[in-house]
Write a protein that binds this ligand. Structure first.
Ligand code: NAI
Length: 332
């Protein structure tokens, strides 16, 4: 039995986690879940939304599956997600984005990968109120983190038969910070002569992505642009309900979907568990449980291709539990 930390999260997190854990159990994967709650309820009961025990569990197990955790907007505690990535030095946020058969979108042939820097930029959380009408937020970009994420993107491209890496910035405006990010990416690009290196400004990228997304391959971006662009690219393949992600560091990996806790549909048995399920499949592959991973993946893509049992976000009317049961039935 492999021990894996499970953070069920809040909002729709517990509903989709329950569905995914049931599917994994039925797949025959040998997982011993180390369940660790985090978020606002935990903040009330333990005084910290991300207690030490959660970090220690992931450090011990080296691997986690994480459902979304709500971050209060404009006030309250700092994002659990950002803290987790920072405290475990999960510097690479990998968000592959590929069309799925059976899910109708305006595009075909989308097959790109967003590689988002995960530890700095405006997410460093260095903010202050200067006076009642002025606030300041500091954007941190370092050569070390920029080179590390660029190297991760090029390595990924090389190992996965990808051809092009685009470094994305707003270096025309943020000349020093994004300029440094680009300089670091150019240096790393020199070590990968077989991968084409290109640069693009983030605003132009957004326009090109909604016109002709198939021209992009691997994108490497600082934290904020990566966060925003990966929601956009999720939209290209059917939305947040199917958008997978992983946070990877040298010591640990935390697999989590792109989407948040979706408070608007919480507790309604409506949420699509697919994004978390695809993350779980990737997690199983990562720990060597390849046969159960393939079984779940095949069932999921069969259910999508048939298009008979789909959740509301994909134009169907199945509930979370009906969708879960359909995957389990398809696997057996
Ligand atoms: P969101 O991703 O939670 O929701 C955006 C829209 O997509 C909503 O209409 C929601 O119903 C829909 N949606 C998202 N996931 C879905 C799913 N699996 N199935 C069906 N529909 C789905 O983004 P929002 O509303 O901006 O954020 C809500 C909270 O989540 C915030 O507190 C935010 O900070 C947090 N968040 C947490 C993340 C994490 O834990 N990694 C990532 C992003 C946001």
């Amino acid at each position: 039995m492999k021990k894996v930390t499970l953070i069920p999260g809040d909002g729709i997190g517990p509903e989709i986690s329950e569905a995914v854990v049931s599917i994994i159990e039925k797949s025959g994967a040998k997982i011993d879940w180390d369940v660790q709650n985090a978020g606002s309820d935990v903040a009330q009961s333990e005084g910290d939304p991300l207690p030490k025990r959660v970090i220690e569990s992931i450090k011990r197990n080296k691997i986690a599956l994480k459902a979304p955790v709500t971050t209060p907007i404009g006030k309250g505690f700092r994002s659990v997600n950002v803290r987790l990535r920072k405290e475990l030095d999960l510097y690479a946020n990998l968000r592959p984005c590929k069309n799925i058969e059976g899910i109708k979108t305006p595009f075909q042939d989308v097959d790109l990968v967003v590689v988002r820097e995960n530890t700095e930029d405006l997410y460093a959380g260095i903010e202050r109120q200067i006076d009642e009408n002025t606030a300041e937020s500091i954007k941190i970009i370092t050569r070390k983190a920029s080179e590390r994420i660029a190297r991760f993107a090029f390595d990924f491209a090389l190992k996965n038969g990808r051809k092009t890496v685009h470094a994305v910035s707003k270096a025309n405006i943020c000349k020093l910070s994004d300029g440094l990010f680009l300089d670091a990416a150019r240096n790393v690009a020199n070590d990968f002569p077989n991968i084409e290196y290109k640069e693009i400004l983030v605003d132009n990228l957004c326009m090109q992505l909604v016109q002709n997304p198939s021209r992009f391959d691997v994108l490497v971006l600082p934290n904020l642009y990566g966060d925003i662009v990966s929601d956009l690219t999720a939209g290209l393949i059917g939305g947040l309900g199917v958008a997978q992600g992983a946070n990877i560091g040298d010591e640990c990996a935390v697999f989590e979907p792109v989407h948040g806790s979706a408070p608007d549909i919480k507790g309604q048995n409506k949420a699509n568990p697919s994004a978390l399920l695809i993350c779980a499949v990737n997690m199983l592959k990562y720990i060597g449980e390849t046969a159960p991973a393939a079984k779940i993946e095949q069932a999921l893509y069969d259910v999508f291709a048939k298009g008979r049992v789909l959740t509301c976000d994909l134009g169907g009317n199945a509930t979370t539990t009906e969708f879960r049961d359909e995957i389990i039935k398809t696997m057996s």
